[in-house]
Design a protein around this ligand. Sequence first.
Ligand code: ATP
Ligand code: PRP
Ligand code: NIO
Length: 484
Amino acid sequence: MDSFVSALHTDKYQITMMYAHYKNGTHQNRRAFDLYFRKLPFGNGYVVFAGLERVVRYLENLRFREEDLLYLQQENAFEPEFLDLLRSFRFTGTLYAMPEGTLAFPGEPLIRIEGNILELQLIETALLNFVGYQSLIATKAARVRHVAGNDTLLEFGTRRAQEMDAAIWGTRAAYLAGFDATSNTLAGQRFGIPSRGTHAHAWVQDFASELEAFRAYAAAFPDATTLLVDTYDTLKSGLPHAIKVGLELKRQGHTLAGIRLDSGDLAYLSKQARMMLDKAGLTDTKITASSDLDEFTILNLKAQGAKIDAWGVGTKLITAFDQPALGAVYKMVARFEDEEWVPTIKISSNPAKITTPGRKSVYRIIDRKSGKARGDLITAVEEKIDEGKPLQLFDPEHPYRRKKVKNFQAIPLLQPIFQEGRIVYALPSLREIREYHQKQLALFWEEYLRILNPEVYPVSLSHQLWDTKQRLLARIYDYIKAEE
Ligand SMILES: Nc1ncnc2c1ncn2[C@@H]1O[C@H](COP(=O)(O)OP(=O)(O)OP(=O)(O)O)[C@@H](O)[C@H]1O
Ligand SMILES: O=P(O)(O)OC[C@H]1O[C@H](OP(=O)(O)OP(=O)(O)O)[C@H](O)[C@@H]1O
Ligand SMILES: O=C(O)c1cccnc1
C-alpha cells in the first residue's frame, strides 16, 4: 500500500523549532506529549478514535529525502550539520495509543508519545491531521449507523470529499465505524472494503428510452442491477420500466437487485415503490435512497415509515458537514530531567484549555455485573489500580460530584505501539477493527450513545493527577505574582 508521507508534511514552525533546538543543543531532550480533543463533535456523546494505521505507516517511513533537504536549504539559512542530522532522521520514540475503533472522550490521551523533542515537534502536525480527520468521519459514520439500525449503509462521498486523501481515508473511517460498503474502488482495493454501486442518470440519458437503458444495464449485470428510477418521472416512468425489466430478469431466472431513489419525497416514493414492486412479485428487489442524506434525514425518513433498505450517504458524511474539524491538540505533558519525568503544565484563561500534567494512562471502568462502562479514569502512568478495593471517581470540573465503584474491571485503553522506534503492535485488520468497535459500543448504556443530547459520560482524574495539577497551577500563579 502506498502510504508514503513526506517529512515536509508539517508546519514550518516545527522545522524552525527543530533548528533552534539544535542550535541550543537541546534537540535530544526527552519529552512526552499527549494527543487529545477537548470538545465532542456533532453534539455526540463520544468520538470514535481512528487514524492509527496511518500514523504507524507514517512514523515507520518518516525520512527526509535529498529533495526535501535541498528545499530546506534553499528556503532557510540552516547549517549543513543540521541538514546532516535530518538526513539520518528516523523516528525513535515510544508511542502508546488507543486501538482504532475505541470510544474516546474529551481530555483523554488518544495517543501518548515520548521521545526526543526534535522528532516530537516534527510529527505533531501530521498526527493531528490524520487523527483529527479520521476520528471525525468515524464519529459521523457511527451516528449514521446508530439511526440506520441494520439497514445497509453505502459510502458515496468521494466526488464531494476534500480531495483524494480525504476520500480514501474517510471511506476507511466510515467503514470501521459501521458502513457496509463504498462506491470508491481505490478504497476497495487498498483496504479490502466491499465496493458497491448503482448507475448514474447519464446511463439513462445515453439511450433513446429509459426502458432500453434499464434493459441494457440488466443484460450486463443480470444478478447485480440496481436501477436509478428518477431520471424522468419516478412513479410514472422509472418504476414501471424497472418492474418490466425486473419481470424479464425473473423469467430468465435472475433477480432485479434493487432500485434507487435520488430525489423527491423519499418517504412517499419509497412506500409507493415498495407497493408497486411487491404487487408485481418483485419482493426481493431492494430500495436504495440517496440525496443529501445524513443521520437526521435518515432518522426522520424512518419515522415516516419510509421503505428504504439501503442508504447512500455522501457529502454530509465525508465532509463532516456540520462540524468540519475535531480540534484535536498535541500538548507537552512532561520533561525528562535528571533521570526522571517531570510533569509540565500549560495555563490558559479558559480552564478547559489548561493541560493535565504528566504521563498518563486511561482506564475504562467496567461494572462486572452489568458489563457496562461506569466511567473512565485517567491516572499517572506509575499508578496501579487495585480492582479489589472500591474506586473513587470524580468529575475534575466539579470535584464534589463523586461516586464509589465496587466490583469493577479496569481496562487500560492505551496500548504500546512503538518502543524506542521499534514497532511492537500487530496492526489489526480492518475487519477486526470493525468488530472491536462494535464491542466497544456494547460496553455503553444507550443514554451515552443516542445522537441527540446524550448523557455526559464521566471521565475522572486520579487523586494523584488532580493533586499534581493543583500543585503546578499554584506554583505558576505564585511565580506570576512574584514577577509582578
Ligand atoms: N420525506 C422526507 N422527509 C424529510 N426529508 C426528505 C424527505 N424526502 C427527501 N428528503 C430530503 O430533502 C432534501 C431534498 O432536497 P432537494 O429538494 O434539494 O432535492 P431533491 O428532491 O433531491 O431533487 P434534486 O436532487 O433533483 O434537486 C434531501 O436532503 C432529501 O434527503
Ligand atoms: O447527495 P450525497 O449524499 O452527496 O450522495 C451522493 C450523490 O452523488 C450523486 O449525485 P450526483 O453527483 O449525480 O449529483 P446530484 O446531486 O445532482 O444527484 C448521487 O446521485 C447522490 O445524490
Ligand atoms: O453507485 C452509486 O449509485 C453512486 C455512487 C457515488 C455517488 N452517488 C451514487
